[in-house]
Design a protein around this ligand. Structure first.
Ligand SMILES: [Zn+2]
Length: 258
């Protein structure tokens, strides 16, 4: 499984910076998880082939460029973009984003080939097949309806934790996955902002350490994501101080193969 965290920060010459402001991943050039920087970070091949997009929750940093991407592809789509999300997330998207005020209700619009966008509801805990992946969505602990994802192909399983404070089911499912290779888990705030992290449904390095006690696998890559840009250096230092060799900070723009 090839996974790329799409870049979301660039210097004035257009070079990719490691700072992560938005969240979106591309798997094997054809499946997207979240759409924070999807319209900005896809290459030409991916732009033509990514037609399934899983949305974990409705926060702007995870969906910001979804309307922009659909708008851009509108005329050229020969089949609808498939948006996979729970019913609760679909309702939030329809109410607050695709409401004909913030942006058009693309689910009701067509081009000369037919519909341009179709919702594919995810049911919590029920594995679905999307392309060559098996995907299970489980509820996590965040102020809005949010899912973590367990994604497997024939060789590997990777957990996408999305945004979440302390949670349990996603770890239980990770422990049941024989081919678990990597866990993408957030570390949003530094330890001194633990109260803010709790209130906003996020983790610090210290609370991440406690979460990792729930994970049995020892030979697994723990990729920290979602580090708030203002605290990035502190969070990286505090992650290093955990002394857990499995942990590294996920690098935007780099392709990871599991
Ligand atoms: Zn969030």
């Amino acid at each position: 499984m090839r996974i790329k965290l799409l870049p979301s920060s660039y210097d004035v010459e257009g070079r990719i910076l490691p700072v992560q402001r938005l969240t979106s991943y591309v798997l094997d050039d054809l499946l997207a998880v979240d759409a924070g920087s999807l319209a900005l970070g896809l290459n030409a091949f991916q732009r033509e082939h990514v037609r399934d997009i899983v949305i974990t929750h409705s926060h702007i940093d995870h969906i910001a460029t979804l309307p922009i991407l659909i708008d851009e592809l509108f005329v050229s789509l020969k089949a609808p973009l498939r948006i996979h999300a729970t019913a609760a997330v679909i309702e939030l998207l329809e109410t607050h984003i695709f409401n004909n005020k913030a942006y058009p209700r693309f689910s009701e619009l067509s081009n000369s080939h037919g519909a341009v966008m179709r919702y594919c509801p995810l049911v919590l805990g029920l594995p679905v097949r999307i392309a060559h992946f098996q995907i299970t969505a489980v509820e996590v602990n965040h102020p809005v309806p949010t899912v973590g994802l367990i994604i497997s192909d024939e060789n590997s399983t990777v957990v996408f934790g999305s945004d979440s404070a302390q949670t349990s089911e996603v770890w239980a499912l990770a422990n049941q996955s024989p081919n678990l290779k990597a866990v993408l888990v957030e570390a949003s705030y530094p330890n001194e902002l633990e109260v803010l992290a709790q209130r906003s449904g996020h983790l610090t390095p210290a609370s991440l350490k406690a979460e990792l006690q729930k994970l049995r696998a020892e030979k697994v890559h723990i990729l920290a994501v979602g580090l708030k840009p203002s605290y990035r250096e502190t969070i990286i230092r505090e992650l290093g101080e955990l002394g857990d060799m499995r942990i590294s900070v996920m690098d935007p723009g780099r392709e990871y193969v599991f």
